[in-house]
Design a protein around this ligand. Structure first.
Ligand code: PMP
Length: 380
């Protein structure tokens, strides 16, 4: 099977696996004061530094969580509790959009969802109008979209939001470990990430809260006061050291991997367009993550294409909401029809994708689309 679903989850990096196995072989609760506990705490400290080095932030700004879903919940709930409205974009992951809806329910006017253009870029005019009232507590905009890979230019959003006294949160889950990120330059206040998107294990992630951010104390999990009281519960030492090792490896290879993956993706798209000329690359005209191709095969249902190429692991819409029969809210927000949204396949490449993977998958995809089209024509 050719695995082209890195945006759903990336394969575990060997360095992460080794770190996890080592951690599992040792005993120790990172809160215990004896030597075994201190050893566990030392391993967690190392992972915190490794992640801080990837993001160029201070280790003390990191709160380890169970993933980006939890980090997004924590960030929005605390930031919104400052008082004021919550602004986000129409193309966010459900962990943002559904949380935003849930916490503003009943408060009319409290939630502003920015529309996006055909490329998935949020409307800054609507943002300006919302910020004009200067009662916005937080603006949350993702750095890279999970379905299309389209990047958001956060700098102007950060500037106008900060000028209006609002905090900025970014869901950087698909961006971290794939493109260089410098929190000293990107002056967001809060950032969410998940280890398994960059080669760490599933079920662990982080919320970064910049040092000078004033947030009402609003943990989701209350108990033993771990993570400076922001996330109680015995630390997931093995998961955290796996995250740290993946962050360290990603940081050391970031630029070369980004270039190599972008070349493979571009070759994949060029071949795709050559073999299936009427396909449409979503977000194809704007800056995207290196490894993502969201492609619409007009009139050809994505689930049929996927079923016709069992040796290629890709996804229709976003695997994050798998089983959900509704069409992609991201593509609808970009002005696509429901039919087009249902005819869209996402291929996502990553650090271990090879040229051979691309060659094999291209043949499989072109053949699958052709066979589905033939069946549709025969039964029309
Ligand atoms: N945000 C984005 C943009 C994502 O792609 C994902 C994963 N699909 C999440 C948040 C949630 O991450 P997790 O499932 O690891 O909590």
């Amino acid at each position: 099977v050719v695995y082209l679903d890195y945006n759903a989850t990336a394969p575990l990096r060997p360095e992460a696996l080794e770190a996890i196995l080592t951690a599992f072989h040792r005993v120790g609760n990172a809160s215990s004061l004896h030597q075994a506990g201190r050893d566990a705490a030392t391993r967690v400290d190392k992972a915190r530094r490794q992640l801080a080095d990837l993001l160029n932030c201070h280790p003390g700004e990191i709160i380890f969580t169970s993933g980006a879903t939890e980090a997004n919940n924590l960030a929005l709930r605390a930031a919104y509790a400052r008082g004021g409205r919550l602004v986000t974009t129409a193309v966010e992951h459900p962990a943002i959009l559904e949380t935003a809806r849930a916490i503003t329910v009943g408060a009319s006017d409290a939630l502003v969802v920015l529309p996006v253009d055909k490329d998935g870029t949020p409307d800054l005019g609507v943002l300006d109008a919302a910020l004009d009232r200067s009662d916005v507590s937080v603006v949350s905009a993702m750095l890279a979209n999970n379905e299309t890979g389209v990047l958001t230019d956060l700098a102007p959003i950060v500037k106008t939001a900060h000028d209006a006294g609002a905090l900025v949160h970014t869901d950087a889950t698909q961006y971290v470990g794939r493109l260089p990120l410098d929190l000293a330059e990107l002056e967001v206040d809060l950032l969410s990430l998940s280890a398994h998107k960059f080669g760490g294990p599933q079920g662990v992630g982080a919320l970064v809260v910049r040092r000078d951010t004033s947030l009402p104390y609003m943990p989701l999990l209350i108990g033993g006061g771990q993570e400076r009281g922001w996330r109680a519960g015995t630390l997931n030492v093995a998961g955290i050291v796996g995250l740290g090792a993946a962050a360290d490896t990603a940081r050391r290879h970031l630029e070369e991997e980004a270039i190599r993956v972008a070349e493979l993706r571009d070759a994949f798209e060029a071949e795709l367009i050559a073999r299936v000329p009427d396909c449409v690359i979503n977000g194809g005209g704007v800056a995207r993550l290196p490894g993502v191709t969201s492609v619409t095969f007009p009139g050809v249902p994505a689930d049929a294409v996927l079923a016709a190429m069992p040796d290629v692991a890709a996804s229709d819409g976003s695997a994050c909401a798998s089983g959900a029969p509704s069409p992609s809210h991201v593509l609808l927000a970009m002005g696509r029809s429901r039919d087009d949204a249902d005819s869209t396949v996402r291929f996502s490449l990553g650090y271990a994708t090879s040229r051979r993977d691309i060659e094999r998958s291209i043949v499989a995809v072109a053949s699958a689309v052709g066979r589905v089209r033939a069946v549709l024509a025969a039964t029309a």
